[in-house]
Design a protein around this ligand. Structure first.
Ligand SMILES: [Zn+2]
Length: 205
């Protein structure tokens, strides 16, 4: 018996998702495999559109779960200091995902107004995340709203990694280190901007 399957690539952190129709299946189910891949199973009578809607309704949880599995796999594979190749590979899996999550969190958390007091629509929107291997900065962003992140961020404690990502996303609103920029970043980090910045400065890139 051949099963009907369909693969869709999502750029919202879900990655490559496989939909499989099972005759014996009675409801739509979403799970993350031990390889960190998101899988959807559905009854033959259900439509892929229906399954996709269901997937999106639980998408955030799946992204978090996927990230957790990928990170654990990396830690298990380590067994010693991870090679540059491994770090780079992990960075490609984790950093775009985490940027997406931070973007979603920040979008919900704050409202940005322009100088006329009007609400700015989607202030943290970005185009793409590029992973860099350099020793000059942890992150940067461009006027084209692209974000560059240093692959070594994945070696940092999670809150410092998040801090760097938040810093770059805030630059999409204020492309400088003005008071308003720091006020925003401080609000995003629940008043811990100075503490986190100080901790990061102590780590040599
Ligand atoms: Zn900056």
């Amino acid at each position: 018996m051949t099963l009907q399957t369909r693969t869709v690539n999502y750029d919202n952190g879900l990655g490559e998702v496989t939909y499989t129709k099972y005759p014996q299946s009675r409801c739509i189910r979403v799970f993350v495999s031990s390889k960190g891949e998101v899988k959807v199973t559905l009854p033959t009578f259900a439509s892929y559109e229906e399954a996709e809607r269901f997937l999106f309704s639980v998408g955030g949880k799946m992204v978090a779960r996927r990230q957790e599995i990928l990170k654990r796999k990396m830690e298990q594979a380590e067994g010693g200091a991870p090679s540059e190749y491994q770090i780079n590979k992990l960075a490609h899996k984790i950093l775009p995902l985490r940027t997406r999550q931070m973007y979603e969190m920040m979008t919900k958390k704050v409202t940005i107004r322009n100088r006329w007091g009007m609400v700015v629509n989607d202030p943290f929107r970005y185009n793409r995340v590029a992973i860099k291997n350099n020793s000059s900065n942890w992150g940067s962003c461009s006027t084209k709203r692209n974000i560059n992140l240093n692959m070594n961020l994945v070696k940092l404690p999670e809150e410092l990694m998040d801090y760097v990502i938040a810093h770059e996303l805030c630059h999409l609103v204020y492309p400088n280190h003005s008071d308003r920029f720091h006020t925003l970043l401080n609000a995003i980090t629940d008043g811990r901007e100075k503490t986190l910045a100080a901790r990061l400065r102590r780590i040599k890139l």
